[in-house]
Structures are given as structure tokens and as C-alpha cells.
Write a protein that binds this ligand. Structure first.
Ligand code: SF4
Length: 275
């Protein structure tokens, strides 16, 4: 557990992309890599979200260790730092396990109830697919990894596992542990990962700031982004222009005098009342 906590608290190297950036805003990834000043999120909600994520990971990584001790699988390590041979991508893998002679990257994600239901029904979202297969791409390029449990050479990862946990707890139809796992076949998603890596590298090489992903200052993505201070004016201006272009919607206003619905909110074919 102590090793896990130390590994999770470790400072990340500067100047490298991480697979989690493969699915995030391109501008955010660009700023992270060029070392743009970050403004730390101060809201209790954001910090509570990170804290919850840390302990959720410890819990399931510890469960993998227990499964390893019980002989159900071989745990090759948790919080494994991996580096692309090009030196511009690095990431930390939640765990790598071996089952029946096959190595799997395991990624844990806490999901809100709606995301979890979608994960159960439709499988992994494209953003997560690109991110998790991005780790496999790095390991396969390096052909090796090392963790506090030792070094493994001649590695090829063919499948990754995304284990989603429902933050709302078990659902009636789902797992009693509120877990659902999905298998991601690396060769099915590898081309998307490579395209995205290429796009990020191109922006850095050309020193070209990517367009903003945010379209509103009201979204969580914007409010929790450490670079929001840089994008604020641009995003706010685009938001204002969009809102101006959208015709104002007139809504029903119930009153004592009866139904005073006007304009688009009145039912089709219904005559408006006067007075
Ligand atoms: S504020 Fe939005 S557009 Fe700007 S870097 Fe952050 S996520 Fe990207």
C-alpha cells in the first residue's frame, strides 16, 4: 500500500504527453506539454473528486493483490510508469495482470450512474478506448515494463480491460459490486491512437496553439481546467456570439387569468387567448 501511495503521489515528468491526453482537449494537452502555467483547482468539489479517485484505485489495486495471493491471476504491478521509446509520451498504468499466460492492462474508472449504465449497455466510450489503448501502444513499443514487483521483458499487450465502478453503488440488474468490465482489443483501436498522437506531436512541432474545445464557460470541463484563465475571453466571446445568434425562446407564464402561453410554447393548432 505504501508503494502505491508513493507511486500515485509522484510528480509527472514535464514536456511529455500522457495517454490520458489522447482523449482530452487538444489545447489542454498542448499547454501541459509546453509547460504553460497551471492554476490549481481550488474548489472542494474538484479536489474531492481527485481524492475519491485515489482511494477507489487503492481499493481495487489491493483487491488485485489479494487475487494474486489467492492464485487467481499474476499481478505484475500497479501504478506502473511507462515511457514511449520516442521520449515524448509517458503514462502510469493502474495495473498489469497475467491470466492464462496473457498480459492485460487494467484501468479502473469511477463512473456516475448514467455513465455506468451506458458503459454496461454500450461498452467503453471512444475517449476511454483511445486513452487505455494508448498505454498498450507505449508498452508494445517499449516491449517491456518495470514496476516495484520487478521487470518484465518481451511484452506484447493484445487486450486491455476497463473496469468501471458505479459511484452510485450496485444496481438491481448489475454486479453486486457495482463493477462492469469491458475488453478492448488493441489492434481494433491502434490506428485511432496513432492518429491522435500524430496530431498532438504536430501542434508541438509547429508551435501552433490548437483551437479551444470548450464552447461555454459554464461547463465542468472549463471550470476545472487549469488553463481556463488563458481561454476565458475566447470561450466567453464564442459563447456570447452563439447565444446572440439563437432566437430567444418565449416560454409559458402561468397566471391567475388563465393560460397565457404565447409564441412557440403554445400547442400546435391552439388559438391564443386575448387579454
Ligand atoms: S479551458 Fe477548455 S479549451 Fe481551454 S484548455 Fe481548458 S479544456 Fe481546453
Amino acid at each position: 500500500m505504501m508503494n502505491l501511495m508513493i507511486a500515485r503521489a509522484r510528480e509527472r515528468e514535464k514536456g511529455v504527453f500522457s495517454p490520458s491526453m489522447l482523449s482530452s482537449c487538444t489545447r489542454q494537452a498542448y499547454f501541459a506539454v509546453i509547460g504553460q502555467e497551471k492554476r490549481r483547482a481550488k474548489s472542494p468539489r474538484t479536489n474531492g473528486y481527485f481524492l475519491d479517485g485515489d482511494f477507489r484505485h487503492y481499493k481495487w489495486q489491493f483487491a488485485l493483490w489479494k487475487a494474486h495471493r489467492a492464485g487467481l491471476l499474476i499481478l505484475h504491478g500497479c501504478e506502473i510508469r511507462v515511457f514511449h521509446p520516442n521520449g515524448d509520451f509517458a503514462g502510469t498504468i493502474d495495473a498489469i495482470v497475467e491470466i492464462g499466460g496473457e498480459l492485460y492492462i487494467v484501468d479502473f474508472k469511477g463512473m456516475n450512474v448514467r455513465s455506468f449504465q451506458e458503459h454496461e449497455k454500450w461498452g467503453t466510450k471512444i475517449g476511454y478506448k483511445v486513452q487505455i489503448v494508448g498505454y498498450a501502444e507505449i508498452v508494445n513499443k517499449a516491449c517491456a515494463f518495470e514496476s516495484f514487483m520487478g521487470e518484465v521483458l518481451g511484452v506484447e499487450i493484445r487486450t486491455c480491460l476497463l473496469v468501471g465502478e458505479n459511484k452510485g453503488g450496485p444496481s438491481q440488474s448489475g454486479s453486486p459490486l457495482a463493477l462492469h468490465e469491458d475488453q478492448l482489443v488493441v489492434r481494433q483501436h491502434r490506428s485511432k491512437v496513432k492518429r491522435r498522437m500524430h496530431e498532438l506531436r504536430r501542434h508541438v512541432t509547429n508551435e501552433e496553439i490548437p483551437a479551444p474545445d470548450c464552447t461555454s464557460t459554464r461547463t465542468i470541463q472549463f471550470q476545472e481546467c487549469p488553463f481556463a484563465y488563458f481561454c476565458r475571453d475566447e470561450v466567453a466571446a464564442a459563447q456570447k456570439a452563439r447565444e446572440k445568434a439563437t432566437p430567444e425562446r418565449r416560454v409559458a407564464t402561468p397566471s391567475r387569468g388563465g393560460d397565457r402561453r404565447v409564441g412557440p410554447s403554445a400547442l400546435p393548432g391552439e388559438k391564443r387567448k386575448r387579454g
